[in-house]
Ligand binder design. Structure first.
Ligand code: OGA
Ligand code: MN
Length: 220
């Protein structure tokens, strides 16, 4: 009986296929490492994305979203020249079913980040965000000047069929000086280092998302 030796071409092909498969799985981690940001298109199924959008609409009909502010503690203030979105924080212990599904998926991302970069992320905070027509968020970072536990920012977009002419892109300014645009299309998850400068361009259509931050235990 003839055996297939480990050095045979068949094994070589199997190895190559595995290497390509696993490296494409980790592409987003490589992107984060080299550019400081990444974009995962169709991160969740259409059903979950639609469910999240539906839940957000239900919430908006029941509760008032708050006008988002900038700064921290004593410096916290609403400033419409900087930021015009309305937000509502998600309580992981008491949230709607699709929101809970979303959080489970984010946990997978967090464990990938911790395994790959040893970031020591212990917690995640997130809110729904609603940008009315004409609103924007000027260039800023998510790590406050006095130090912050925020290490990686995430934005999951809930806008079906977003067109280029509708604006509202996220601009990320890489440390290299290059800037890149992310379209707020339904199902896309943007991930970026919270220290990177970024901005939301004026939106010509209502723009919805779940924005969150992966936190280290201690403030760095
Ligand atoms: C933020 C933010 C980006 C986006 O809320 O801090 O930068 O694309 N959001 O909504
Ligand atoms: Mn931000």
């Amino acid at each position: 009986m003839s055996k297939v030796s480990l050095a045979s071409p068949i094994w070589l092909i199997i190895e190559i296929v595995f290497v390509i498969y696993f490296s494409s799985m980790n592409e987003w981690l490589d992107d984060l490492e080299t550019k400081g940001w990444t974009e995962l298109k169709n991160f969740l199924s259409i059903e979950i994305s639609r469910g999240l959008l539906e839940e957000m609409a239900q919430l908006q009909s029941r509760v008032d979203f708050q006008q988002a502010s900038i700064g921290k503690d004593d410096n916290k203030q609403v400033n419409l020249t900087q930021r015009g979105d309305f937000i509502y924080w998600i309580d992981p212990k008491n949230c709607l079913p699709y929101a809970s599904e979303y959080l489970k998926n984010l946990e997978q991302i967090i464990s990938g980040l911790n395994r790959h970069f040893y970031l020591g992320i212990r917690d995640y905070e997130c809110h729904y965000a609603h940008y009315p027509v004409g609103s924007f968020y000027k260039r800023h970072t998510d790590r406050h000047a006095k130090g912050s536990a925020r290490r990686v920012s995430s934005v999951f977009y809930l806008n079906p069929n977003w067109k280029e002419s509708e604006g509202g892109e996220l601009v990320i300014y890489e440390a290299s000086g290059k800037s890149s645009l992310i379209k707020p299309e339904m199902g896309t998850l943007a991930l970026f280092l919270s220290e990177l400068e970024h901005e939301v361009l004026p939106t010509l259509r209502e723009r919805k998302s779940i924005t969150g931050w992966m936190l280290t235990e201690t403030i760095l």
